[in-house]
Design a protein around this ligand. Structure first.
Ligand SMILES: *[C@@H]1O[C@H](CO)[C@@H](O)[C@H](O)[C@H]1NC(C)=O
Ligand SMILES: *[C@@H]1O[C@H](CO)[C@@H](O)[C@H](O)[C@H]1NC(C)=O
Ligand SMILES: *[C@@H]1O[C@H](CO)[C@@H](O)[C@H](O)[C@H]1NC(C)=O
Ligand SMILES: *[C@@H]1O[C@H](CO)[C@@H](O)[C@H](O)[C@H]1NC(C)=O
Ligand SMILES: *[C@@H]1O[C@H](CO)[C@@H](O)[C@H](O)[C@H]1NC(C)=O
Length: 882
């Protein structure tokens, strides 16, 4: 019977359904699921926009209009309409989205008065728009609805298991007289965490609402909200905007938009927020006709008032509070509306059922008595409004609502039929709260409960609730959400590894696609709880540990960032975003990361021989041969060339130095530490990125920090410094050296111009370098160090030139022509004219680069500084101060 009537409902138009079901419903036992509300308030204005769509369609009482070619959309030149990469079966405007890397606006011409503004999002990837990169703000008129809204994080935290990845937001905005237009603008956020973010929207709805539904009627003193903790009133003025946080049909069922009173509101069950035991929900059926003489008949759908939650524990009721905990953003003021209606046959007169109401543990009334409020009329809906401020406290505190029987009540019980909770805008017009934290792995979830729960839905749980005790039930719900969260943990930004390790460098025995999220427990196990004995490097960022994963078989390098530094977070995220997208033989591989319990940890393939620097100077390690050094330089150059040209958007490393070049077991060089990297300029007109100077003393491109112009040629410069380090076996800056030799670059330029470059050559290399090879190596290094970035070679050229140097070295060695201690005079020009004679000029005076880098031992980077404008040296004194 039930199924038949549903089929009937679907096949008929709305008017027929109402008549047909009106009669059937009285007979059928399954009626709560089938009631069709009357449209009591037909909205004067109703826009349902399916963004990105070019067709119109009708769904759940709405006529969705495609926004393609619509006049509503402006400033949308850069926007794209696209279907989701993974379609959803959930009904709604989710078959298309409008997406853009630049801002776009929908302009609605509206009449003055209050409106619902609804935003519908389906948070998945669309074509090349990765879901994790959706981060944007939304404004409507003077109000900020969302700010730096990270859609995927919000979807992961959203606890509606029935609608995965669907996000819905509803606002109330009052258009004052004279403002005939409401502009809703989507603005992609450009933050450090989201440098290439975009904005998107699947659906927008605007529905006019009755003037005093939530806004305070200045002529009706009786209905002004009470401020919790005071007897004062709070007027919901027309200048306020509200965001709907919860709209709960307490002890009832979900109510879809088409079953609302005409405003297309949706009502949810309250099960998730009830934290104490209660009676099984009571449904008083449809027999008694409700009489809306205390409130407007559109306040809530009829069925909301038919179900009620009571305490239901008889004599135990005095011992506890019937409690709901509603997670909210701290620092905002909220409007809480409670709906009541007395239909219980046992409650006949005022005084029969009286209770206390506590909001945020403050008593707001000790005489809640629904029949008193309605002059002893049964079946009369009534609402009570309260305003409460939630102080800035923890990030997502609970707003608590507690009901307790009045000791003098005839029946020791309490009741609630529905509640609505709204956030009120801040003085700036802002309604947006912070993004939720990334979901954390919670391995402590009780396994037994998890198993039971995973096959259940919330609804079946609710049915079980009457049987099992409330406490057990609550823990089941908790377990359920723990499991749900666990599933959502896969915000894995790491792409599949297209196996760089199979080309013979053999450094990694790990299977591919391992870039993953490690739990803090795994990391602790791998490092013997961060045992100092496991430390293999240390620096300004924190420590590097050698650990073992995969049943202690695979060595990894575990970089544990010092918590607390904001810049550290940015660099952590950059490193993950960069490295997870890059695969190259000469770039270090990121295996995974751990971001929980306040820890930021990166896990890399282990590089047996550590940093290049530790094989050049201030070390007990045996000296590298010239051939080894050339191979290393070529490897680094290839890695940098890949960053500059091998990926879709050029990446500038920004921190090329000998401590960031790591060596694997076979002495292959890999570039590491992408924490400072940025995507290079992309537009044709842009040839550089304007940015605050970051990088390492001794390696900084003078053009970059003098003019704040960052180009890939800044990496070329730093690489030139590395070439000189490799050749000379000394640090870029030595402040105890005589002035002329203090700066390696300056000293090398001096010698190069005098034709005495052999003076800078590492004593360990004596007799290994063919003169022609030294000369050409010097050409390459010094051309990288040219003052004018545009004159420096590209990394591609550098790779080619270094390969030639290696060939020269090989053939010279075969011919037996090795370095004799004399300087070169007459070697032939192998590179043509452009780089054969490098004009060098002295820049070190103008910059005053004259400090030393402390002789640190680090596995990865250490002394990267933030240098701003002319104040370059203020931070050098404290190299670990970042
Ligand atoms: C709702 O109430 C208004 C008056 O407040 C009345 O005109 C209207 O007929 C009522 N609608 C229904 C469906 O009862
Ligand atoms: C969709 O509906 C709008 C408004 O009713 C109308 O202007 C437009 O022509 C319709 N588009 C299509 C493709 O039917
Ligand atoms: C809304 O946007 C349109 C187009 O961008 C602009 O012309 C109009 O002035 C804006 N209106 C308001 C009220 O901001
Ligand atoms: C109910 O909650 C109020 C406010 O937090 C508290 O003062 C009271 O002790 C609670 N009553 C019981 C029985 O827990
Ligand atoms: C809400 O925003 C409006 C518009 O920006 C502003 O005039 C009003 O003062 C704000 N309300 C509160 C309570 O700060």
């Amino acid at each position: 019977m039930c199924a038949a009537s549903i089929a009937l409902a679907i096949s008929m138009d709305t008017n027929c359904i109402r008549i047909a079901l009106g009669t059937i419903l009285l007979i059928l036992p399954c009626l709560p699921f089938l009631s069709i509300a009357e449209v009591i308030y037909p909205p004067l204005e109703l826009f349902s926009i399916s963004c990105g769509s070019s067709t119109n369609f009708t769904l759940d009482g709405r006529n969705w209009i495609g926004d393609n070619n619509s006049k509503l959309l402006s400033e949308s030149q850069g926007s794209v309409a696209a279907p989701p990469n993974t379609p959803t079966t959930i009904q709604g405007p989710y078959t298309y989205a409008r997406l853009s890397h630049s801002k776009f606006t929908y302009s609605f011409s509206l009449k003055a008065g209050p409106k619902f503004v609804r935003l519908f999002f389906y948070s998945v990837s669309y074509q090349s728009f990765d879901r994790t990169k959706a981060c944007f703000s939304v404004t409507a008129g003077p109000y900020t609805l969302l700010r730096d809204f990270d859609a995927s994080l919000n979807a992961a935290a959203d606890d509606d298991p029935g609608q995965p990845d669907i996000l819905f937001r509803e606002y109330c905005i009052n258009l004052e007289d004279g403002h005939k237009q409401l502009n809703i603008t989507f603005i992609p956020s450009k933050t450090a965490q989201h440098p290439y973010s975009y904005a998107f929207i699947n659906g927008i709805e605007i529905v006019s609402m009755p003037p005093f539904l939530y806004y305070t009627n200045p002529h009706d003193y009786a209905r002004v909200p009470q401020i919790v903790g005071t007897l004062s009133q709070y007027h919901i003025e027309n200048s306020l905007a509200l965001e709907t946080i919860y709209r709960l049909n307490v002890a009832g069922n979900d109510i879809t938009a088409s079953r609302d009173t005409g405003m297309l509101r949706t009502w949810k069950v309250d099960d998730n927020y009830l934290t104490t035991q209660s009676a099984p929900s009571v449904d008083f059926g449809r027999i008694t006709k409700l009489s809306f003489n205390m409130t407007q008949n559109y306040t809530a759908p009829d069925e909301v008032y038919r179900t009620v939650r009571n305490m239901g524990m008889g004599s135990m009721n005095m011992r506890f509070n019937l409690t709901w905990q509603l997670p909210v953003d701290s620092g905002f003021t909220y409007l809480l509306r409670l709906h009541f209606c007395q239909l219980d046959p046992q409650v006949r007169l005022a005084g029969d059922l009286m209770f206390f109401i506590y909001i945020e543990d403050q008593l707001v009334t000790n005489w809640a008595d629904v029949l008193l409020w309605t002059y002893n009329q049964k079946g009369v809906p009534v609402v009570r409004d309260y305003v409460v401020s939630i102080p800035v406290n923890q990030k997502k505190p609970n707003l608590s609502l507690k009901l307790h029987p009045h000791p003098q009540s005839n029946i020791k019980d309490a009741q609630l039929n529905a509640l609505e909770l709204f956030k009120i805008n801040e003085s700036t017009g802002n309604l947006a709260g912070p993004n939720p934290d990334p979901p954390q792995q919670t391995p402590k979830a009780p396994v037994e409960n998890s198993k039971k729960k995973s096959s259940c839905t919330t609804r079946t749980l609710a049915a079980v609730a009457g049987a099992v005790s409330g406490v057990v039930w609550v823990s089941l719900v908790v377990a359920f959400f723990l499991i749900k969260r666990k599933k959502n943990v896969a915000i894995d930004k790491c792409s599949n590894q297209n196996d760089g390790s199979s080309h013979g460098d053999g450094s990694s025995s790990l299977p591919t696609n391992l870039c993953r999220h490690f739990s803090i427990e795994e990391i602790r196990a791998a490092t013997n709880n961060f045992d100092e004995l496991f430390i293999v490097g240390t620096g300004g960022f924190g420590n590097v540990y050698k650990g073992y994963i995969e049943d202690s078989s695979t060595p990894v390098a575990i970089k544990r960032l010092k918590p607390g530094s904001r810049q550290g977070v940015d660099e952590f995220v950059t490193e993950i975003e960069m490295l997870s997208q890059l695969r190259h033989l000469n770039l270090v591989s990121l295996l995974g990361y751990c971001y929980e319990s306040n820890e930021m940890i990166l896990v890399y393939e282990f590089m047996d021989h550590g940093a290049l620097r530790d094989h050049l100077y201030d070390t007990d390690n045996p000296s590298l041969s010239w051939k080894q050094r050339l191979h290393i330089c070529i490897g680094v150059a290839r890695g940098l060339n890949y960053l500059h040209t091998g990926v879709k958007h050029m990446i500038i490393h920004r921190d090329v130095k000998s401590t960031n070049i790591l060596l694997d077991a076979k002495w292959a060089a890999k570039v590491s530490d992408f924490g400072l990297s940025r995507i290079g300029p992309t537009g044709i007109s842009m040839t550089h990125v304007n940015t605050g100077v970051k990088g390492s003393i001794g390696y900084l491109d003078p053009e970059y920090y003098k003019r704040l112009r960052l180009t890939e040629k800044s990496d070329v410069y730093s690489f030139g410094v590395v070439l000189l380090e490799v050749l000379s076996g000394r640090q870029p800056l030595l402040h105890w050296e005589e002035k002329q030799r203090m700066s390696l670059v300056k000293w090398a330029k001096h010698c190069y111009e005098k034709g005495t470059l052999s003076r800078i050559v590492d004593a360990e290399l004596k007799g290994q370098i063919a003169p022609v090879c030294l000369r050409k190596f010097g050409d390459v290094a010094l051309s990288c160090l040219l003052e004018d970035g545009t004159q420096r070679p590209s990394m591609k050229d550098v790779v080619g030139m270094l390969e030639l140097v290696l060939q020269l070295q090989d053939s010279a060695a075969n011919d037996g022509v090795m370095e004799s201690g004399r300087d070169y005079e007459d070697s032939e020009d192998v590179f043509g004219s452009s780089h054969s004679s490098v004009h060098v000029s002295d820049y070190s005076k103008s910059t005053g680069l004259s400090t030393t880098s402390e002789g640190d031992r680090s596995y990865g980077s250490k002394e990267s500084f933030v240098l701003i404008s002319n104040d370059v040296f203020s931070e050098i004194k404290d190299p670990k101060g970042r």
